[in-house]
Structure formats: structure tokens, C-alpha cells
Ligand binder design. Structure first.
Ligand SMILES: Cc1ncc(COP(=O)(O)O)c(C=O)c1O
Length: 499
């Protein structure tokens, strides 16, 4: 079996259309745009199609294939009930252009989802429009930018980020036109308040930070940091990628933040990886709400006539914020992702707190299991914790620098060795402040047995002959790839042989 395009031009067809449908509403296509030759679609029968996609799926790795401890990415189980709900006809078959009285069900779900996220974040208004965490970051910093522009504070051109920040934070702020000011973390990996105070001034627009931070450490000084930034007149932005550690336990609002994004595709189980589809809602305090991209779901009391069409005593409608920065995504964001995440939250209810507690418990259990296994096997000198702390939050970092120094085994070698044992590799070389970093996030949905077995395999990899590890992976469909080449030389089109 090879790829589908290899069958181009075969005689089979894999589709049939109702008689007359194809030409009933013939579109008027300008003559210059009409194809001169038939499209090079592969022509395949249904079984051939099914085999192709099944073959492709077997070359891939996903959360349904095996343990996926990808730090910062929160790859948790995607409950199938969410799919069932997202595919209900009243949800899947509606079009955003339908009139409001057709959309009452969807609008009420959007409204409830906005409100639930507002409560979780301690914010006043949420928009569900952004479709990725990074897009949420960009949207929020644009709102902050417009807020200052309207106040005449155009000198606020700088955004502060700690050196442990995820790359999307400075990238989003730079895309919006801000200058980035990076501050060093303390030796223990946490925020350095003196360094922050030294740079926060009348040119500061915002500080962007995640908590727990990218080392999996809770920033206990976060309120003091908020105070420093607010006293300088700036805004605090919370990167919500690490919400899985704090949901229902504390909130960015309580920590003094003004704006936040969620990664619904992480915390709320929307399937992701390989580029999406994601959902990155943002929440803001009231003073930033007029700048949000619209439309937002809103509601008022239904009139007697509306009650005959309403889902409850309210009439749900779209609302455009007064000073909106404009649209940042077509329609209403990734509606399917929002629905799946709403279904997830509805099943958890107040249990979201337990979810976070289990995520933290699993991370700490795995961290200690790896240390224990390594000690028993006599290889505990080959790595050190990325942070000097007893308890991590939902993820933790290990530095493989000692293995590199002693045996030439890099974090990348260990990651590739894990692939040969049937695991997705943890995140590597992030955060940058930890040398030869491996960042491990098991999530709450993994069993003790899975964690124990992974710890054993992790240690077995460390005991491998370094030369063998440099060659890993040897069992995967593709061996070690040149990631830099792949990123710099994107090839997004199938190279037809006769092209
Ligand atoms: C800490 C952190 N912030 C922001 C992002 C960006 O989120 P997204 O991938 O949804 O754009 C990520 C993604 O991995 C992250 O880990």
C-alpha cells in the first residue's frame, strides 16, 4: 500500500451523485477559470479509500494509540460522548447564517460556555472566537493595545515576558507591534520580582505569564507581580495553557490578571495535535470587554412571542462589543470544538476541581516513580530535576545534561528511544531555561499502571548503549528526521510526477 495519489487515473469511482444534482444548479464560472483538463483526483473505490486512511492512521501516533506525556500540551483522553453530542443534527446541521430563532439551542450553549469560562477564569466576559491559544494571545494583546489607544496612552509599547515563557507569548505580542522585554527567572525557576520592578514603567503595556509556569511550578509571588505591573499602569495577561493544574482551585482573576486565554483543546479535551482543530477563547475584565472581537452570545428576557421558540425563559442573541477590534476568525470560532468542550464540562460539573487535583497527583507520582526506578537501576546520576522543588504541579521537567556530559546521551536521544518503546516522546528542549530539557505531563486520565510502566521504560532507555540510542528510532515508519529542514522547507503540495 502506498499513498492515495499513486492511484491517480485509475478507472474506479468512489462516489455516486443523485441523478440531475450535478447540473441542476450549474454555477457560473468565468471562462478563464474553467479547467481545461480533468482534475487529478485519485479515482478509488470505497474499500480502497478506507484502506488508504487506515494505512495512514497506522503510521501515526495519537492519544488513542498510547501514552502521550507531551509537556505543556495536555494530551488527555477525548471522551467519545463529546463526539456524539457534537454530531446531533440540531448542532451539526445548522449554518451560522440561519436566523437567531433557529440558533437558540447553539446560542444558549455558547452563552453557558462563556459564563462557565468566566467563572473558572475570574473574568467578566469571554469570547469563544479564537481557534488556538496563540490566536487568543494575539487577540487579547490587540484588545489591550486598543484600550490604551483609546485612553491616549500610546507610549505603552512594551510587553514583558519571563525567559521561561512559551514562544507564542513574545511572538503574539510582536505580531501586534509590541516590543518584547525579557526578564530572567530566579535560580529556582520562578519569577524575579526585582527584575520585573526594574523594567515595569510608563512604557509597559502588559506582562504575559503562565501559572503554573512552564517548569510546572506555581508562581507564589504572582499577586506581587500583578501589583508591580498595575502600579506601572500595565495589564496582566494570563497564558492559560496550564489551566489543567488550577481549574476550580484558583483563578487568574484572583491572581490579579486582566486577560486570559484558554486552550480548550488541552484543558477541555478537544482532540488536537498535528495542527488542530483548536479553540482558544479569551476572557477579560470589564474594562477590556468593549474591545473583544464579536459577536458574543448574550441574552435577555424573552418576550411572550419569543417564548414559543425559546429554549428557556431567555432570548439568546449575538452582541457586538462597542469598540471591537474586529473579527479575528470567520463565523463564531470552531463551533464543533466549543460544543465538545461544553459537553466535557457538563459531564464534569463541579468535578473539574478533582480533574485538576488528579492531574497534579499523576505528575508528581510519575516524577517520583522515575526517580525511584532510576535509583534502583543505578542511573539516577544521569538526570536532575529542572526545578528545585518538592512538589510540581501538572507537569515537571528533567534535565538530561548529566547524561550528555557523562555518556553523550542527549534529551533528543532519550525522546527517540521512548518512541521505540511505543511512547510519544515528552516535550524536549522547552523551556529553554532548563538545559537538555525533557518536559513531562501525564494528565489526569492515565492509570497508575501506565505511569509505573512508563517510568520503567524511561529508565531502560537510560541504560541503553549510547550508540544504539543515537540511532533511535528504528521501529517507526520514519527514522530520525531533520526537524529544522522540515520547518524551513515546507512542502504542502503533493509532488505529482508529471508536474
Ligand atoms: C505555555 C503555552 N502557551 C501557549 C501555547 C499556544 O497554544 P496553541 O498551541 O493552542 O496556539 C502553548 C502550546 O503548546 C503553550 O504550551
Amino acid at each position: 500500500m502506498s499513498h492515495l495519489f499513486g492511484h491517480n487515473g485509475a478507472e474506479n469511482t468512489g462516489y455516486s451523485q443523485p441523478e440531475g444534482l450535478a447540473c441542476a444548479t450549474k454555477p457560473v464560472v468565468p471562462a478563464g477559470l474553467v479547467r481545461q483538463q480533468p482534475a487529478r483526483w485519485p479515482r478509488l473505490s470505497e474499500p480502497e479509500m478506507v484502506r488508504h486512511y487506515t494505512w495512514l492512521s497506522k503510521r501515526n501516533f495519537g492519544i488513542d494509540t498510547g501514552f502521550y506525556p507531551l509537556g505543556s500540551c495536555t494530551m488527555k483522553h477525548n471522551p467519545r460522548v463529546n463526539e456524539v453530542i457534537a454530531q446531533l443534527p440540531g448542532i451539526a446541521d445548522i449554518h451560522p447564517h440561519q436566523p437567531e430563532h433557529h440558533l437558540q439551542g447553539l446560542l444558549s450553549i455558547y452563552y453557558e460556555m462563556q459564563h462557565m469560562l468566566e467563572v473558572c477564569a475570574g473574568m467578566d466576559q469571554v469570547t469563544l472566537q479564537p481557534v488556538a491559544g496563540a490566536q487568543g494571545e494575539f487577540t487579547a494583546v490587540r484588545c489591550i493595545q486598543e484600550y490604551f489607544r483609546l485612553r491616549g496612552e500610546t507610549q505603552r509599547t512594551k510587553v514583558i515576558v519571563p525567559d521561561s515563557a512559551h514562544g507564542t507569548n513574545p511572538a503574539s505580542a510582536a505580531m501586534a507591534g509590541f516590543e518584547i522585554v525579557e526578564i530572567p527567572s530566579r535560580a529556582d525557576g520562578r519569577i524575579d520580582l526585582d527584575a520585573l520592578a526594574a523594567v515595569a514603567d510608563e512604557t509597559t503595556a502588559a506582562m504575559m505569564i503562565t501559572n503554573p509556569n512552564t517548569l510546572g511550578l506555581f508562581e507564589a509571588d504572582i499577586s506581587a507581580a500583578s501589583e508591580i505591573v498595575h502600579q506601572a499602569g500595565g495589564q496582566m495577561y494570563y497564558d492559560g495553557a496550564n489551566f489543567n493544574a488550577i481549574l476550580g482551585i484558583t483563578s487568574p482573576g484572583l491572581m490579579g490578571f486582566d486577560a486570559v486565554h484558554f486552550n480548550l483543546h488541552k484543558t477541555f479535551s478537544q482532540p488536537h495535535g498535528g495542527g488542530g482543530p483548536g479553540s482558544g477563547p479569551i476572557g477579560v475584565k470589564a474594562h477590556l470587554a468593549p474591545f473583544l472581537p464579536g459577536p458574543l452570545a448574550a441574552r435577555r428576557e424573552a418576550t411572550p412571542e419569543e417564548r414559543t421558540m425559546a429554549v428557556d425563559e431567555h432570548w439568546y442573541h449575538w452582541h457586538q462589543p462597542e469598540h471591537s477590534i474586529g473579527k479575528i476568525q470567520q463565523w463564531h470560532g470552531n463551533a464543533g470544538a466549543v460544543i465538545r468542550c461544553w459537553a466535557y464540562y457538563r459531564r464534569y460539573g463541579n468535578g473539574l476541581t478533582t480533574m485538576s487535583q488528579h492531574a497534579v497527583l499523576n505528575a508528581n507520582y510519575l516524577r517520583h516513580a522515575i526517580h525511584r526506578e532510576a535509583k534502583d537501576a543505578g542511573v539516577d546520576h544521569l538526570f536532575v530535576d529542572g526545578a528545585e522543588t518538592e512538589v510540581a504541579k501538572h507537569e515537571f521537567t528533567l534535565s538530561m545534561q548529566p547524561a550528555k556530559d557523562a555518556l553523550g546521551i542527549s534529551a533528543m536521544d532519550v525522546a527517540k528511544g521512548l518512541l521505540d518503546r511505543g511512547y510519544m516522546a515528552p516535550t524536549v528542549y522547552f523551556p529553554l531555561v532548563v538545559p537538555e530539557c525533557m518536559m513531562i505531563e501525564p494528565t489526569e486520565t492515565e492509570s497508575k499502571d501506565t505511569l509505573d510502566t512508563f517510568a520503567k521504560h524511561f529508565v531502560q532507555v537510560l541504560k541503553c548503549d549510547p550508540e544504539t540510542l543515537h540511532e533511535a528510532p528504528i521501529t517507526t515508519p520514519v527514522r530520525r528526521v531533520d526537524e529544522v529542514y522540515a520547518a524551513r522547507n515546507l512542502c504542502l503540495r503533493h509532488p505529482f510526477e508529471d508536474a
